[in-house]
Ligand binder design. Structure first.
Ligand SMILES: O=C(O)CCC(=O)C(=O)O
Ligand SMILES: [Fe+2]
Length: 354
């Protein structure tokens, strides 16, 4: 009987690579020296660099660049009107993008690192640097139990200091997940979605400063990939040369048997959970939200849709339908019942009624 069968993991809800029982759990799988190196890098630094395990990578990279280049708005980018050029979920129409996202060696590796089956759920294809502010993906994509998410970023051409390299802060993945309640925001009372994002950016800058961590820069060669942990702080470096491209693909992965949600728009103990309705890119089909082997009841997912609890079901005592329509000409033009509109939409949108 193998060690794996004898040892009962006391924390199955913590990714193996981030578990206090890592040594025992990971080693029981008889990893190769390369797998041990990757696991230790992820555990200690929050990222690991690998050669993308696809023998035809060069051909795929060239084809993806050719196939997608016409879909970007180069004019707006060169005019400085948009911060980057990206296509979300190109896997839906592009077989090469899908093939990279669903690479079997990557999926197998992630399964061994995390202790659960991995599945790709989103792709982003960039033509230039993202120049994204430093951030943790955990405010966008998180899971219960937490940290069962990772990104795999791969260079579709050589990257240097002038075409917006990826940057990251080693060790920052070990910090707690700081969510709405920690930054003192109830997302249901913001006047627009994600309005608190600037508060997160301020927090991340302050954390970097107080921990005195220095960024590392990934000067990737075509075909080199970087796996990052859910909570690793990372950013897109400045693109100094606007005439250059920086073709890259990011695939975001989740793991089986979790609930998947967006913390930015969730305040669970206030009754709002932005559950995600995911597609498994590798196998097709929807992925159910689960907790410890049980599907989250549909009724719970419905009733916790953000926006519901912040709504009052009563009209203000002095609500005047005529005044409401006069103050909101678009509502009037839509020819809807004013009181109903106010209760279902207007109050959340912060519309005036007097
Ligand atoms: O490619 C980059 O510069 C950053 C991408 C990123 O942050 C992400 O996809 O999560
Ligand atoms: Fe990110």
């Amino acid at each position: 009987m193998s060690l794996r069968n004898e040892y009962r993991n006391p924390l199955p809800g913590v990714p193996v690579v981030e578990s206090p029982f890592f040594e025992r759990l990971f080693m029981a799988q008889d990893p190769t020296p390369e797998e041990v190196r990757i696991a230790q890098d992820l555990r200690e630094k929050g990222y690991a660099v690998v050669d993308f395990p696809e023998p035809e990578f060069d051909r795929l990279a060239t084809e993806i660049r050719e196939e997608l280049s016409g879909q970007y708005d180069w004019q707006a980018w060169r005019a400085g009107q948009i911060p980057s050029l990206r296509i979300q979920d190109a896997w839906e129409t592009n077989a090469n993008v899908r093939r990279i996202a669903a690479n079997q060696h990557v999926l197998k590796l992630l399964e061994r690192l995390y202790g659960r089956r991995a599945f790709p759920f989103q792709t982003l294809n960039f033509a230039v640097g993202t120049q994204q502010h430093v951030h943790s993906d955990s405010v966008h994509f998180s899971s219960i139990p937490e940290r069962f998410m990772c990104g795999v970023w791969v260079a579709l051409e050589d990257i240097d200091m002038d075409n917006g390299p990826l940057m990251y802060y080693p060790g920052s993945h070990k910090w707690p997940l700081y969510l709405n309640e920690h930054i003192g925001v109830n997302s249901q009372h913001l006047n627009r979605q994600f309005a608190q994002y600037g508060d997160y950016e301020y927090l991340w800058r302050e954390l970097i400063s107080v921990h005195d961590v220095k960024p590392e820069i990934f000067l990737a060669k075509k075909g080199q990939a970087l796996i990052w942990s859910a909570n690793l702080l990372h950013a897109g470096g400045k693109q100094n040369d606007l005439n250059r491209t920086r073709y890259s693909q990011v695939t975001h992965y989740y793991f089986d048997d979790c609930s998947y949600y967006t913390p930015l728009a969730s305040d669970p103990f206030y009754g709002n959970i932005y559950f995600r309705n995911l597609m498994d890119i590798s196998q097709g089909g929807q992925v159910a939200n689960k907790i410890c082997g049980h599907e989250v009841p549909e009724a719970f997912i419905k009733v916790t849709v953000p926006g519901k609890t912040a709504r009052s079901t009563k009209l203000p005592a002095d609500f005047d339908p005529e005044a409401y329509l006069a103050l909101n000409p678009d509502v009037k033009a839509a020819n809807v019942e004013p009181a109903e509109h106010y209760l279902n939409h207007g109050q959340r949108e912060g519309r005036r009624w007097r």
